[in-house]
Design a protein around this ligand. Structure first.
Ligand code: ADP
Ligand code: MG
Ligand code: ZN
Length: 642
């Protein structure tokens, strides 16, 4: 290729370097121009005379009818010519040269123009491929595109991550340790005829510790550990992904027993030919196919185990999940109460915690938070303690940090008295309905200090972790979320934009009740809507238009019933609403005890405070944020929630 490129370059450049053509003219014509004093300069080589006229002249070659304009000319002097050419030229002061007129350009110039562009191009190419290979630590110049960029984990250098850094997900840890154990002592398992799984797939919500667990495996396994993020396979150049996969598995097999860790597998592992992958994702598909091929190629005796992590196992190609590939699937769920406590302990190891700090209490007030959230909480508390000049992190640092994370940062926004009053009634509406509705989560905090996008916040969280929701509870959530708007209508007879994010929550819950959880009579116990976030872009979800309309009318029915309920509850408890709102206007923030006292409801009597027996073990309902934070948001408000 290089040779062809150079040759082409040379030919093109010599074409450009070549002098312009000279037109042959007859000697007689030349002589007439000499006599007309129109010759600027001539050069002669033997009998050939080449030169230039002062002005362009029209010349008609013999036997031709068309004339042409000539400035640069060439002609032959016949040997019998016996004119006195030289003296007439001299008389006209025409310079006469005798060296070849069209001497080639100097050699360096020819070389530069002839090869320069090609050399520049090649240099650029080398530079780019160097840079791309840089992260992988070199490799051949042109071949490095196909090299995998997996990093071989180096145990030395930096503190190692170990299983002691992972807390609250014991079951998962155990599954993974078993694999590590097999790689260390394969004979123990082989004697019993057991076969090691080819692949282990960790799936679960973001921040639950999947990547952390893989790092811990790397730190403990004492076998080579290759780690790569799935998106690193994909390059703009088609075919690179597949060859990187091949290279990665070759490397791993060479040093087996070894572990390959592919993070964020969903980046390439999406189901082939699904609606989301419309639009030519050939490269991703090829890469995926290559992974499948490589995993099939294992006989099991190589001792290469593939560990993969994904946030969204439901979008993965079914072929990845069939036995013989990722045959062990481990779900990493958000931690429970004990798990959150254990994670807090891990992350407060390096933090001086004051003796009075109640980690159990913090764990109890953070349902739904995952490892990454808890790590962030500890860090925020430490930052707060440092800013306040504490020598140890105290309990109020933790509670204030939690408030900041859950409710948002306080914004220095000055509300007009009118707006403030409206917000107070709006939040009181949420809170009062939260206190009055049977089965609702207890109200922990109400505030009309603007935070983040919201003008005020009402914060509710359950007394214990929830894993499933009853229809009555969900209706209570809708009633509570509509409480803000209902209070505005009851008190001011008007509405504001502040309820936008409330209404989002309401429609979200109501749609799922109807379309996914079979909680409406008209639709019945079938799912007719795709899971949230997986809607097909063209509405091709196999649902009849009539059903769609029915869903809409059922959603409307539920919401209207709940709104009527909210209005009538607030009307019949108007004195309590007023007293709560006035108290809120005075103090701006009310915590649990003050709020219940201001509303004249004792928390123990409040129906929400009783323990509710819901079937444990069912998966947490998606799309229902917990804990609840209903807010009076500005026009583009977003509910603060974990
Ligand atoms: P993901 O599941 O999205 O890969 P990560 O493993 O990247 O989550 O978690 C991010 C951070 O959160 C970790 O680096 C760790 O500090 C913290 N973390 C998450 N889960 C746990 C856990 N179970 N135990 C201790 N720390 C955790
Ligand atoms: Mg991760
Ligand atoms: Zn609201």
């Amino acid at each position: 290729m290089l040779v062809v490129l150079l040759a082409l370059n040379w030919i093109i450049s010599s074409f450009f370097l070549a002098p312009p053509e000279r037109s042959p003219v007859s000697y007689t014509f030349f002589l007439s121009q000499v006599q007309g004093n129109n010759v600027a300069e001539i050069t002669s080589t033997a009998d050939t005379i080449e030169g230039q006229f002062k002005k362009e002249v029209a010349y008609t070659p013999t036997g031709d009818t068309k004339s042409e304009q000539v400035e640069r000319f060439t002609t032959q002097r016949p040997s019998f010519a016996d004119d006195d050419l030289f003296s007439s030229l001299q008389a006209d002061n025409v310079p006469v040269n005798a060296n070849p007129p069209d001497a080639p350009a100097p050699i360096w110039q020819q070389l530069l123009i002839g090869f320069g562009p090609t050399i520049l191009l090649v240099a650029l190419f080398i530079w780019i491929s160097r840079r791309m290979a840089g992260a992988a630590g070199g490799g051949g110049v042109l071949g490095s595109f196909g090299k995998s960029r997996a990093k071989l984990y180096q145990p030395e250098g930096g503190p190692r991550t170990t299983f002691a850094d992972v807390a609250g997900i014991q079951e998962v840890e155990q599954e993974v340790t078993e694999i590590v154990d097999f790689l260390r002592e394969p004979d123990k398992y082989r004697k019993l005829g057991a076969q090691i799984p080819h692949g282990v797939l960790l799936s679960g919500p973001p921040g639950t510790g999947k990547t952390l667990l893989a790092r811990a495996v790397a730190g403990e396994a004492q076998v080579p550990f290759f780690s790569i993020s799935a998106s690193e396979f994909i390059e703009a150049i088609v075919g690179v992904g597949a060859s990187r996969v091949r290279d990665l598995f070759d490397q791993a097999k060479k040093v087996a027993p070894s572990i390959i860790f592919i993070d964020e597998l969903d980046a390439i592992g999406r189901a082939r030919g699904s609606a989301q992958s419309l639009g030519g994702n050939d490269e991703r598909e090829q890469t995926l196919n290559q992974i499948l091929t490589e995993m099939d190629g294992f006989t099991g005796s190589e001792g290469v185990v593939v560990l993969a992590a994904t946030n969204r196992s439901e979008v993965l190609d079914p072929a990845l999940l069939r036995p013989g590939r990722f045959d062990r699937r481990v779900v990493v769920s958000p931690p429970d109460l004990a798990g959150r406590h254990a994670i807090l302990v891990v992350h407060t190891r390096g933090v001086p915690v004051a003796p009075g700090v109640d980690l159990d209490g913090i764990a109890a007030s953070t349902p739904g938070m995952v490892g990454a959230d808890l790590k962030n909480l500890v860090n925020e508390a430490a930052l707060l303690a440092a800013r306040r000049g504490h020598s140890q992190v105290q309990n109020n640092d933790f509670t204030d940090a939690l408030e900041k994370i859950v409710l948002g940062t306080v914004r220095g926004l000055m509300l007009t008295p009118d707006e403030k009053e409206r917000t107070a009634f709006h939040e009181s509406g949420h809170a009062l309905l939260g206190m009055l509705t049977p089965g609702a989560d207890p109200v922990r905090k109400i505030s009309i200090i603007p935070r983040g996008q919201a003008l005020g916040v009402t914060f509710q969280s359950p007394s214990s972790d929830r894993y499933g929701y009853s229809a009555i509870y969900l209706r209570g959530r809708i009633i509570g979320a509509l409480g803000g708007r209902a209070a505005e209508e009851v008190v001011f007879g008007d509405m504001t934009t502040g309820a936008e994010s409330d209404l989002d929550q309401v429609s979200n819950i109501a749609r799922q009740m109807v379309g996914r959880w079979g909680m409406s009579d008209a639709i019945g116990p079938v799912t007719v809507l795709p899971p949230p976030g997986q809607e097909s872009p063209f509405g091709l979800d196999g649902v009849a238009p009539a059903t769609r309309e029915l869903v809409d009318s059922e959603v409307r029915k539920i919401v209207e019933e709940c709104y009527t309920e909210a209005l009538s509850l607030l009307r019949s408890h108007r004195p309590q609403l007023d007293s709560l709102a006035h108290r809120l206007l005075q103090t701006e923030t009310l915590d649990e005890a003050d709020a219940y006292a201001a509303a004249g409801i004792s928390p123990s009597e409040a129906p929400g405070a009783v323990a509710r027996g819901e079937a444990p073990g069912s998966a947490p309902a998606p799309g229902i944020p917990h804990p609840v934070a209903t807010d009076a948001a500005s026009a583009n408000g977003v509910a603060a929630s974990s």
